[in-house]
Design a protein around this ligand. Structure first.
Ligand SMILES: [Zn+2]
Ligand SMILES: [Zn+2]
Length: 143
């Protein structure tokens, strides 16, 4: 009987491990050779709010700031100047790659409302130095 119980626990553990990447958000880090860095960017949504929340990095050109905003907001605004930020999935914030290049994906989040938000593994516009030298990396998960 105790063996049966143990099997069941293991089964649940596997189930959770498989389900986690689907619903848990991703923790991203951004850094640039100029010294700019942003840790603990909580991207995506948690278990409780994944339908209404897709937290994602965005850039405000007026403030030259990287911010975390909700991609699913109807009218996302910069917290500092109330201007219109551009989310980092926008090609204008990404380094142009040669035709045919297939970079991997660092972060991807499916939403009912606005389709898939994804960040390819390329260089991005740095809010501090203004060069296309900012990189995002995954540093963990949250839920
Ligand atoms: Zn702003
Ligand atoms: Zn920089």
């Amino acid at each position: 009987m105790s063996q049966k119980l143990r099997l069941r626990t293991v089964g649940l553990g596997v189930l959770l491990a498989v389900a986690a990447p689907v619903f848990a958000g991703t923790i991203l880090k951004a850094s640039c050779p100029c010294g700019f860095h942003a840790d603990n960017i909580m991207a995506g949504g948690g278990m409780a709010n994944f339908k209404a929340l897709c937290a994602a990095p965005a850039y405000c050109a007026a403030c030259k700031k990287l911010e975390i905003l909700n991609y699913l907001d109807d009218d996302p605004k910069c917290a500092a100047c109330a201007g219109k930020p551009v989310f980092y999935n926008d090609p204008s914030l990404q380094e142009k790659l040669p035709p045919g290049a297939k970079p991997g994906i660092i972060f991807s989040w499916n939403t009912d409302k606005k389709g898939t938000f994804s960040l390819p593994n390329v260089n991005y516009l740095c809010p501090q130095c203004g060069k296309m030298t900012l990189r995002f990396v995954q540093s963990g998960f949250w839920d």
